[in-house]
Design a protein around this ligand. Sequence first.
Ligand SMILES: Cc1cc2nc3c(=O)[nH]c(=O)nc-3n(C[C@H](O)[C@H](O)[C@H](O)COP(=O)(O)O)c2cc1C
Length: 223
Amino acid sequence: MELQQAMEMRHSVRRYTDRKIEGEVLERLQQAIAEANRDSGLNIQLCLNEPDAFSGAMARYGKFHNAVNYLAFTGKKDRDLDEKCGYYGEKIVLRAQQLGLNTCWVAASYSKGKSAAVIKPGEKLLLVISIGYGENNGVARKTKTTAQLCRTDGTMPEWFLRGVQAAQLAPTAMNQQKFRFELDGQTVKAVASLGPYTKVDLGIAKYHFELGAGEAAEWQWAD
Ligand SMILES: Cc1cc2nc3c(=O)[nH]c(=O)nc-3n(C[C@H](O)[C@H](O)[C@H](O)COP(=O)(O)O)c2cc1C
């Protein structure tokens, strides 16, 4: 499965079967996590067969079922932490989709105190992503229009439109989609508006934008 297809197929899945993550799938998932940790400096931990974080009222209210595996995102408390977790987390999420797994980003619907993640001094646990074999593959949801998610000076190059279309598929907290891509020449500025976890959402949307826009056109992110 190509990454474009993985973006299209991915939907949040909150109910999982008993099937274990093991063998080659587990190895490849661990490789993706190791790569993300190396490139980002984050400390992303795979917690397997750990039911406690998703056994409380929050998880039930959030409609989670059999969520016993999750990725815990811990890292140094700096100003880039949220965006980094979004960007590198979505890389792992799309890799997981390619491996036949399902996922759901979770910032609120779990018991943070019962997570199995090891949090080092100076670090914090920002959020988790539940992962496993879903009871189903989830469903498509509503999205803002491309016009609502970008600003241009009138012209809209094909690569930019493809980037924004890919970002439409990006998961965001409460499906708020509070991000916008602004085009100035060949430079793209990614902007997050105020709200809970909008910086995480921005990191996720930026990774999708990069995949959609591709490398054929010469464009760059604004600083
Ligand atoms: C940063 C972030 C935090 C999220 N937190 C939760 C959560 O606490 N509980 C939950 O059920 N879903 C959570 N979600 C999943 C979103 O509700 C979901 O991604 C969004 O509604 C879009 O649906 P989709 O993922 O199927 O495209 C979160 C998503 C993101 C990106």
